[in-house]
Write a protein that binds this ligand. Structure first.
Ligand code: GUN
Length: 288
């Protein structure tokens, strides 16, 4: 049976290190590291994320600035809020919660964030820095996945890694990070021919496709390390109830894999912890 990779415990440890760093930053500069989160509209899942971010930011001894704007806010008004945060010396990191309402151009909004406050790592400048190996901000979820992999495996050099999914938020930055760790990287996606055959070559499988329980145990190389980024809500066994599952069929995969992240409690808790870690890095860089 596979070992379970406990992302919840790892994230708690990371937040403890962030809290210590926040105390050090305040002693040095006389202010707390600050994270601003902008939420437009009332999407229920986004409201939950933003509330958790705010709580964890405060729990780590950092300053939290929340900007909640109505769904009918104009793009111009949102851009003005972002520009104010760009020049606010109390704000080290800026996160605009996605998705934005459909009347807004997400790329234009992200492009307005100062790249040195872009703790999500979504700005093209940070995408380019990651691709060229320059210091910058890396998207939180894939960075959290690499932290879990290195904690479990040590050096990743020379390992065969398959990333399933090619999104800008997870798949593509994940592939860049694994390449930077000297893995041999394959990016698979919905048009990939014979996905099970591709996955069977991999020492490391990162599943980020958003398809419930798609990756089966008999696709895996025995002993592979499996990172499941999926969070899918599916009907539960009882009428009217739902349950969370990943993109990996945990029951069959955990019989073949060497180690695997569970859903929930695997990758999920890492994202906010890495966001706070990125904010500490931003604070130190911006305080120069
Ligand atoms: N929506 C879902 N995940 C994320 C994330 O990591 N960052 C932002 N800004 N929005 C999201």
């Amino acid at each position: 049976m596979a070992q379970i990779i406990d992302g919840k415990a790892f994230a708690e440890g990371l937040r403890a290190r962030v809290a210590t760093a926040a105390v050090g930053f305040e002693a040095k500069t006389g202010r707390k590291p600050g994270l601003a989160v902008v939420l437009v509209g009332e999407d229920p899942a986004s409201q939950v994320y933003v509330r958790n971010k705010g709580k964890q930011t405060l729990a780590c001894g950092m300053a939290s600035f929340e900007h909640k704007l109505p769904a009918d806010t104009s793009e111009e008004e949102l851009l003005a809020v972002v520009e104010r945060l760009n020049t606010d010396p109390a704000v080290d990191g800026i996160l605009v919660q996605l998705p934005l309402p459909s009347h807004m151009n997400e790329q234009k909004v992200i492009a307005t964030i100062n790249p040195d406050k872009d703790v999500d790592g979504f700005h093209v400048v940070n995408v380019g820095r990651l691709a060229t190996g320059l210091p910058g901000f890396v998207p939180c979820t894939p960075l959290g996945c690499v932290m879990l992999l290195k904690d479990r495996l040590g050096s990743l050099s020379g390992l065969d890694a398959v990333v399933i999914g090619r999104s800008n938020i997870v798949g593509k930055p994940m592939a860049q990070l694994l390449l930077a760790e000297s893995c041999t990287v394959t990016v698979a996606h919905s048009r990939t021919r014979d996905l099970p055959e591709v996955v069977r070559r991999a020492d490391i499988v990162v599943a980020a496709v958003g398809r419930p329980e798609m990756v089966k145990g008999d696709w895996l190389k025995p002993g592979a390390t499996v990172i499941d980024v999926g969070i899918n809500r599916v009907p539960g066994s009882e009428e009217g109830k739902t349950r969370l599952v990943g993109d990996v069929d945990f029951a069959s995969a955990s019989e073949v894999a060497g180690a695997i992240t569970p859903v929930p409690g695997g990758v999920g808790p890492m994202t906010i912890a890495v966001l706070l870690r990125n904010t500490i890095v931003a604070a130190h860089r911006n305080a120069g």
